[in-house]
Write a protein that binds this ligand. Structure first.
Ligand code: IMP
Length: 193
């Protein structure tokens, strides 16, 4: 059970260098009386083909190091025709290659199926990390469309529009990240006295 009294206010460390994500999660948890502290130091990232072990080992590392409950999240774009590439390497591929190169890799592919996935891991010191995932299925477009969002948003098509065309407000109601946060919160709320 998660205890929350005025004297012993629940604190959770959120490990992220992304201020936008931090502000969003801080606001959500503040409404439940939880204080979220940002930690930008990161953690040693495992080289794995799945997001789950990366997030779990990160959360566990930080929880033990700081002796506080910790959250880390890890996301990626998984393209079926490319056997899940770029997946956990999404940030690296985005930085080094960019959307045009990904579109080139997909040039002769008929199967455009892809999904975005986020895994959130929550870990308390001395305990096993818990995992919550969110996924949104879509297709890789044939060209970049839309100016909203970031990263792969202009090439990720969801029900006919790219995330870049949808705009942040709509995207944030149905995104992989939102779905993972909702699952985490559902569990979290069930733990609060
Ligand atoms: P992170 O783990 O949330 O930092 O995401 C890792 C990488 O995945 C980002 O640097 C982007 O390349 C990609 N990515 C994750 N989520 C999204 C999204 O919502 N839109 C576009 N790209 C994303």
């Amino acid at each position: 059970m998660i205890e929350k009294t005025e004297k012993n206010r629940k604190k959770i460390v959120f490990v992220t260098g992304n201020n936008g994500k931090f502000v969003e999660v801080r606001a959500i948890l503040a409404s439940r009386g939880i204080e979220v502290l940002q930690n930008k130091e990161g953690y040693p990232e495992l080289q794995e083909e799945e997001l789950e072990p990366i997030a779990a080992s990160g959360a566990s590392f930080v929880a033990e190091k700081l002796r506080l409950p910790a959250i880390v999240d890890d996301s990626g774009l998984f393209i079926k025709a490319l056997k899940g590439f770029p997946g956990p390497y999404s940030r690296f591929v985005e930085d080094k290659l960019g959307n045009q190169k990904v579109l080139q890799l997909m040039e002769n592919e008929e199967d455009r199926a892809a999904y975005f996935k986020t895994v959130i891991s929550y870990c308390e010191p001395g305990k096993k990390p818990l995992l919550f995932s969110g996924l949104v299925e879509g297709k890789i477009a044939f060209e970049e469309r839309g100016t909203g969002g970031f990263g792969y948003d202009p090439i990720f098509e969801y029900e006919g529009k790219t995330f870049g065309e949808l705009g942040d407000e709509i995207k944030n109601t149905l995104s992989h990240r939102r779905r993972a946060i909702d699952k985490f919160l559902e569990w979290f709320d069930s733990q609060i006295d």
